[in-house]
Design a protein. Structure first.
Length: 94
């Protein structure tokens, strides 16, 4: 069982006038050995986006948010859950 995992994500995202971002940069490094799911929140705790399971060595750059948010740059909060790639059991959260 994994006690820790690593990831990277841009927490200062720019939203275009279509409500999409091209600079999310959520990545799961090769060494993790687990699948990651990121949940992006606004400053009020509202869920803006939840990724699908991201295999190790992969990256998500663009995302369309669940709800419309204003054009411009936004600081967001992120929670990332790690799951065992074979059992799909939750391992940890950061």
């Amino acid at each position: 069982m994994y006690n820790s995992f690593s990831f990277y994500i841009n927490t200062d995202i720019t939203v275009d006038d279509n409500g999409e971002t091209e600079n999310l940069r959520f990545g799961n490094p090769n060494m993790n050995g687990c699948v990651l799911v990121a949940t992006v929140f606004d400053d009020n705790g509202k869920v803006l986006y939840r990724s699908l399971g991201l295999e190790e060595g992969k990256e998500i750059n663009s995302a369309r948010f669940f709800e419309e948010i204003s054009y411009g740059t936004h600081e967001v909060k992120v929670a990332v859950n790690a799951y065992d790639s074979k059992t799909h059991e939750k391992i940890a959260t950061k």
